[in-house]
Design a protein around this ligand. Structure first.
Ligand code: SME
Length: 150
């Protein structure tokens, strides 16, 4: 199911009319609308040369967490680990920033530009333990496509 979305992601990144921000916004909406267990989809990017992440385009409920210090929460940990972080049960995490009480699980995949971790894609799910390696590979693909337009 996720593999069928890959060409649609590439069609968005390759389209000539939109800005990079608009393309990322369209990708967030595509993913949220087409993957039943993706309930919030957003990009965070390093905020200049500060040790913090800033919220970029997203689809889903607005969040108070528009700035996240490096090391804080799942997102902040990925900013320093450079590794995918799959959380099957957010209640089992002690370094976690809750955005909504309905969220059960989360996946964060870093976004690299020229080998440097410059941000990430973050997905929240209201379904317990929904993510597999297929999600990791798909989101790595999404980030690679996005890195080409940054
Ligand atoms: N839960 C994240 C915070 C961002 S929200 O999910 C949108 C975290 O622990 O880093």
């Amino acid at each position: 199911m996720l593999s069928t979305l890959r060409p649609q992601v590439s069609a968005i990144t390759n389209s000539s009319k939109k800005s990079a921000t608009e393309k990322m916004q369209a990708i967030c909406e595509l993913l949220k609308e087409n993957v039943p267990y993706y309930d919030w989809v957003g990009f965070y990017f390093r905020n200049g040369d500060k040790e913090e992440l800033k919220l970029g385009p997203y689809a889903g409920a607005p969040t108070d967490h528009t700035i996240i210090p490096f090391g804080k929460g799942i997102c902040g940990q990925v900013a320093v680990s450079n590794q995918n972080f799959v959380v099957p049960d957010v209640k089992a995490q002690d370094n976690y920033i809750a955005c909504s009480i309905t969220v059960k699980a989360e996946i964060v995949v870093p976004l690299f530009l020229n080998g440097v971790n410059i941000g990430q894609i973050d997905i929240d799910s209201n379904t317990p333990d929904p993510f597999s390696e297929e999600d990791e590979h798909f989101l790595e693909y999404v980030n690679q496509e996005v890195s080409k337009i940054l």
